[in-house]
Design a protein around this ligand. Structure first.
Ligand code: SF4
Ligand code: SF4
Length: 357
């Protein structure tokens, strides 16, 4: 038996201070004020008098190693060797010398990386993982973002919106979807299709039964094998049963649709944080460019840009003009799917915290 002490396994991100630009490290918590000399460039001045310029650029999100090497080369040659990614996966280069900003911006633009995403622009759309990393997505959220940002390029490089616009996408309904001025989320519209031959081998049936928020799943014997069945009248097509039981396939090329939600925000500025509301449903999940989603998002953005007061976030604008006027201006059809008349939660919502995975 060894007496050597076993070291703990460290997990999580490493200490970020070691990777910071030295000016940021020295002035951490000391910033006195900042301004934006142009879209995509931030200028911070510290109480100590030191200054730093940050150049923000958009990327194609899912990056190959050649692109990352190219961005690192730009950081070494045109900046000061330090980069960081924002929570929306913009890349930022920091320089302490103002003279480097112009050539850095030009080099990024020349290599196809748009400089922008600051202030009242449409910043990069945050997205969930999509087909590349996750095992349950109904769409490629990152692909939808890339094709949409191609169309919103002008709004990224200019700051011409009434206020900042934060757009999010999500490739399933139950997990990582976020709040946004505009949120683009998958909605399943049919109950799962069960492959009864596989359920007994793959699924832990009690966990799947416990997972359903409306108690629509129950154990069943099918063709002499233990399986599951779904009460389709109760099923709300949420897809929560699919991750723990892949034979309950919920994704469908035709019936998994996109929906657009409007007016969410996390910020406390001027008004409280707001939940977004459904404005369009049943939009085709149509890769590789999702043109139907892009058309609706662009229409909402155009009307918001024309009609909102300065500094009104999208939700604040809709609250001022009212939802009926929002539907008139955007010419989106108001349908029965916009009415939240589901009362099932009172009787059947599985709200207990036991058996959760
Ligand atoms: S939103 Fe859902 S499908 Fe998309 S990455 Fe998150 S868990 Fe996976
Ligand atoms: S978990 Fe969701 S999709 Fe699955 S049966 Fe229940 S309500 Fe329907």
């Amino acid at each position: 038996m060894t007496t050597e002490q076993r070291m703990p396994i460290e997990s999580g991100v490493p200490d970020h201070f070691q990777y910071m630009h030295p000016v940021l490290r020295r002035n951490y918590g000391q910033w006195a004020w900042h301004d934006r000399p142009r879209p995509g460039v931030l200028h911070h001045v510290s109480r100590t008098g030191e200054q730093v310029w940050t150049v923000r650029a958009g990327t194609q999100r899912q990056m190959d190693v050649h692109t990352i090497r190219k961005l690192c080369d730009i950081a070494d040659r045109y900046a000061e060797g330090h980069v960081r990614f924002t929570i929306r996966s913009n890349i930022e280069f920091m320089v302490a010398d103002e003279k480097k900003v112009k050539s850095l911006v030009e080099k990024l633009q020349q290599e196809g990386f748009p400089v922008g995403g600051t202030g009242n622009s449409v910043s990069m759309i945050s997205h969930t993982q999509g087909w590349l990393h996750c095992d349950i997505p109904a769409s490629d959220a990152s692909g939808a973002v890339k094709s949409l940002m191609d169309e919103l390029h002008q709004e990224f490089i200019h700051e011409e919106m009434p206020n900042r616009v934060r757009i999010t996408t999500s490739c399933c309904q139950i997990n990582c979807g976020g709040q946004g001025d505009i949120a683009i989320n998958i909605q399943h519209t049919k109950p799962p299709k069960i492959n009864h031959d596989l359920v007994a081998n793959v699924c832990e049936r009690p966990s799947v039964v416990a997972r359903c928020p409306v108690a629509a799943i129950r154990p069943a014997m099918v063709n002499g094998r233990p399986s599951l069945e779904v009460d389709e009248k109760k099923c709300i097509c949420c897809g929560a049963c699919f991750p723990p039981c892949p034979p309950m396939q919920i994704n469908d090329p035709e019936h998994s649709k996109f929906a657009v939600w409007v007016g969410g925000k996390n910020s406390n500025a001027r008004t409280k944080p707001m939940f977004h509301k459904l404005v369009a449903a049943g939009i085709p999940n149509n890769p590789p460019r999702w043109p139907e989603v892009a058309a609706i998002v662009k229409k909402i953005l155009r009307v918001y840009k024309e009609d909102a007061h300065d500094w009104e976030r999208m939700g604040e604008w809709v609250e001022r003009i009212g939802w009926p006027r929002f539907f008139e201006l955007t010419e989106l059809p108001f349908t029965k799917y916009h009415l939240d008349n589901w009362r099932g939660a009172r009787a059947s919502l599985n709200a207990s915290t036991h058996i959760r995975f």
